[in-house]
Design a protein around this ligand. Structure first.
Ligand SMILES: [Mg+2]
Length: 234
């Protein structure tokens, strides 16, 4: 059985919605500093979101929500979802971004998909971040996609990862097949992790159609070893 895991920002959407919110409504210069700091390893993901939140001077819930809900998605995502459904392939969206805009973009697009993410709540005391899926031993990501991938797919299943960013690396390393672009692609390239490059979901659909035609899907040995290592750590 095949299980598919899909990143949201910059993978399903054309741009990174989470980061754009802070560039638009926060102090742009400071927001870039923080985002670069995250890229350079100065801030972990949780700290990055919290620091970014501080740059919002006068956060207007309505305006932020309206802005965030307007982001375009990949023009081939709908047909990819239909393809998965036709082939009875289970899929999950896993995101290190926020639930509120994933909900509104999916609602606008009429997409029904299970997803796991962080959230940003607009409270009387201002916006507040919520991180339900952090890992207790690793703080690289806010939403630990690796833990989700490993708990949502069995060792006897063939796991597929589709993503574009640094927060996808760890999860992708625990999957049998990786579709990559942007920083995830660069990471795979640099570290000799086998991957399939994609520009949009039509590339992913075409390649997955080929995979479905194969008699047997070969699991990635390194992913099996990474999973085993994780179980050993408990
Ligand atoms: Mg992304």
């Amino acid at each position: 059985m095949i299980k598919v895991f899909i990143d949201f920002d910059g993978t399903i959407t054309k741009k990174d919605v989470g980061a754009s919110i802070f560039l638009e409504f926060g102090d742009e210069e400071r927001a870039y500093e923080i985002i670069n700091g995250f890229r350079d390893g100065i801030y972990n993901a949780t700290q990055t979101w919290i620091e970014l939140l501080k740059t919002l001077v006068d956060p207007d819930e309505e305006k932020i929500k309206e802005y965030a809900s307007g982001f375009e998605i990949d023009g081939h995502f709908h047909e990819f979802i239909s393809f998965l459904e036709e082939n009875k392939i289970e899929f999950y969206v896993i995101s290190d971004g926020f639930k509120f805009y994933i909900d509104s973009i999916f609602e606008r697009e009429g997409i029904k998909a299970g997803f796991f993410s962080n959230d940003l709540l607009f409270t009387d005391n201002g916006p507040k971040t919520v991180f339900p899926f952090t890992d207790e031993n690793c703080d690289k990501c806010a939403n630990c996609k690796r833990n989700l991938v490993v708990s949502l797919s069995g060792d006897d299943e063939f796991s597929v990862y589709i993503g574009n960013g640094n927060s996808d690396i760890c999860a992708a390393l625990h999957c049998d097949y990786i579709f990559a672009k942007d920083s995830l692609l660069k990471y795979c390239e640099k570290n000799r992790v086998s991957y399939y490059p994609f520009k949009d979901f039509s590339d992913v659909k075409a390649r997955m159609t080929d995979l479905l035609g194969k008699k047997r899907l070969k699991k990635r040995h390194q992913a099996e070893l990474n999973r085993r290592k994780l179980y050993m750590q408990g």
